[in-house]
Design a protein around this ligand. Sequence first.
Ligand code: UT7
Length: 337
Amino acid sequence: MKKSIIRSTGRALPSRVVTNDDLVELLDTSDEWIKQRTGIEQRYWVPEDQEIGASDLGFDASLIALDRAGWTPEDIDFIIFATLSPDIFFPGSGCLLQDKLGLRSTPALDIRQQCTGFLYGLATADSYIKSGLASKILLVGAEVHSTGLDKTPRGRDVSVIFGDGAAALCVEGVDTDENIGVIASCLHADGKQADLLFAELPASRLPERITVDLIQNSTRHYASMNGRAVFKNALKKLPEVTKETLEKANMKLEDVDLIIPHQANLRINQAYCDILKLDQSKMFNNIQKYGNTTAATIPLALDEAMEQGLIGKKGDVVMFTSLGAGLTWGGILYIFP
Ligand code: UT7
């Protein structure tokens, strides 16, 4: 039977490190507030004098993942690109990445599921593999948030949180009866709560998608978030989806070696861990260094957790979970081959 295994990972960050202190004057904030409320100490933002899009960071991460897998770009038979900050309005960043990889007909699919984008992407890759439609998939989560943030005190609640970054996975189908690879996926969405976290412009529903007046006299082109409501949703849905995914996999929480949750707020993840009555060492966090990189947080964390030797041995069990804009949320249980 076909199983979907992660053959390799790779990550890429822009060159510019932005510390909390760098934001104090710009946003009327403080290192203490940011650390206390979010756990974030620094994030990476693309340099202001260069045009770097999500597909550029995704390309750098992909080259590392491809090299580690021993694949050439020609080996890829499907590209899945998860981002909420595509390089341009259309076509999708997956097509732009495909071109950068020098490919001319490999299919490329963009996933617009924000913080849950990586999970939707991995579940999609798993379905393509299990249905026989593809066997070597390049899955990328990449964001350039910094060019879309309100960098004035008005936007400080959102702007201190988000960082730029990318990570890529080579996902491969293997024939085996062993209980390995993607074991269970649970995906959810609740569009009624779309306005808890959203960026409205450019909007096809307006007579003109974006105008000078809209940009100068409104904040509708910036991300807007009801932070407290998203926070509460996360603490309800993340434990729920953890249990649902475990049940689907026919496993117990004690079987999980490491939970890699979305990195939106260290306080969310610590409280989520407490709700599960789990030791904090069983949950991986790296938001301190990167901020919230949305579709890239989980693959970035996976790449680091493997690098640190926390997981990666045959039989290691990892659970990925996330909640974010949409609202969307989900869980995936994975066993290392
Ligand atoms: O990945 C997508 C999913 N997103 C999330 O999961 C985010 C979930 N939400 C959160 O992480 C938190 O709600 C935030 C970090 C966004 C905000 O933290 P909070 O503890 O909910 O703060 P708050 O928005 O309730 O604001 C508390 C105070 C306010 O001042 P007053 O009214 O009490 O005087 C804000 O004006 O903190 C103030 N504040 C700031 N102060 C300094 C808000 N942002 C900042 C800031 N620096 N950056």
